[in-house]
Design a protein around this ligand. Structure first.
Ligand SMILES: NCc1[nH]cc(CCC(=O)O)c1CC(=O)O
Length: 317
């Protein structure tokens, strides 16, 4: 579908699809992937529009303290609602479980590797760090999982984009950190990883490795442009993981992990909640029809919530 905005000497001018994104190198790489996917489907011109978010500005406190992951998406969603951009590219991991009513996900790109990596100073693996070493990560999930694996280590908040965190590690602010392999791959620097962590011991965050493209529900041009770009298996897995997250919390204050995989017409989920000290970790596995992925995930989250009890969540601040 072509939306004309005018004619100049007989030539049709077509408005480019404006792709909104954060300005970090990873965000820009992801926006570029969306632009390329749209170009491959001959959807005409695209334009990348960089938007600064609160999450990019406030770097000295954990997300859970400054208001959760919505801080990476709020300003971008406002630009989308105002019509300053036509679609917004997000790491699915950073997206709230409930979107503003007039927005929807137009496409998920095919998912990258979902695993976390450990990056130790001088190439040390997690098991090799000397007792008392400092692991820096802002993720409550990673903090809890590191504490379970190595109760003798110290953990501290380490924030910033991927490059900033690697620079802080290089400068000796900590002895090791964890990052998503997906992000490193997209930046072309996965070689910094000391080891890829086993997802059974270090399950990823909901949505890790997936890129979501958000659009206005009523924007037919964006709906049509993004539909052919969508990866169905990724969408189904994300419905299961986001359903699980929605039942449990979604506020960023509880360490939560979930990983769904799709085979044929069914979807399997493994999910986990942890106490921040990593001392109590409860896991659940579930399976259901791909067509009911969100319900299956939500139900697994509810059952896990009932098992750990409301006190488990009340105790977390
Ligand atoms: N919260 C930051 C964030 N959001 C998405 C990714 C990685 C890319 C992805 O998961 O798709 C990262 C960095 C990291 O956790 O290492």
């Amino acid at each position: 579908m072509v939306h004309e905005i005018g004619h100049v000497r007989g030539k049709v001018l077509v408005k480019p699809i404006r792709i909104g994104t954060r300005g970090s190198p990873l965000a820009l790489a992801q926006a570029q992937m969306v632009a390329e996917a749209l170009a491959a489907n001959a959807m005409g011109e695209t334009e990348i529009v960089v938007i600064r978010t609160t999450g990019d500005r406030v770097l000295d406190r954990p997300l859970s303290e400054i208001g959760g992951k919505g801080l990476f998406t709020k300003e971008i969603e406002e630009a989308l609602l105002d019509g300053r951009i036509d679609c917004a590219v997000h790491s699915a991991k950073d997206l709230e479980t409930v979107l503003p009513a007039s927005l929807t996900i137009g496409a998920f790109l095919p998912r990258e590797d979902v695993r976390d990596v450990f990056i130790g100073r001088d190439g040390a693996r997690l098991a090799e760090l000397p007792e008392g070493s400092l692991v820096g990560t802002a993720s409550l999930r990673r903090q809890a999982l590191v504490r379970r694996a190595r109760p003798d280590l110290r953990v501290a908040v380490l924030r910033g984009n991927v490059q900033t965190r690697l620079a802080k590690l290089g400068a000796g602010e900590c002895d090791g950190t964890l990052l998503a392999l997906a992000g490193l791959k997209r930046l072309g620097n996965e070689s910094v990883a000391s080891e890829i962590l086993d997802p059974r011991r270090f399950p990823p965050a909901c949505g890790q490795g997936a890129i979501a493209v958000e659009i206005r529900r009523d924007d037919d041009r964006a709906v049509d442009a993004l539909a052919p770009v969508n990866d169905l298996a990724t969408e189904i897995a994300l419905h299961a993981e986001r359903g699980f997250l929605a039942a449990l919390d979604g506020s960023c204050r509880t360490p939560i992990a979930a990983l769904a995989t799709v085979e044929h017409k069914s979807v399997s989920l493994m999910g986990l909640v942890a106490s921040p000290d990593g001392e109590r970790i409860e896991e659940i596995t579930s399976r259901g029809a791909a067509t009911e992925a969100a319900e299956m995930g939500y139900d697994a989250g509810r059952r896990l919530r009932a098992r750990v009890g409301e006190d488990f969540f009340a105790g977390l601040v």
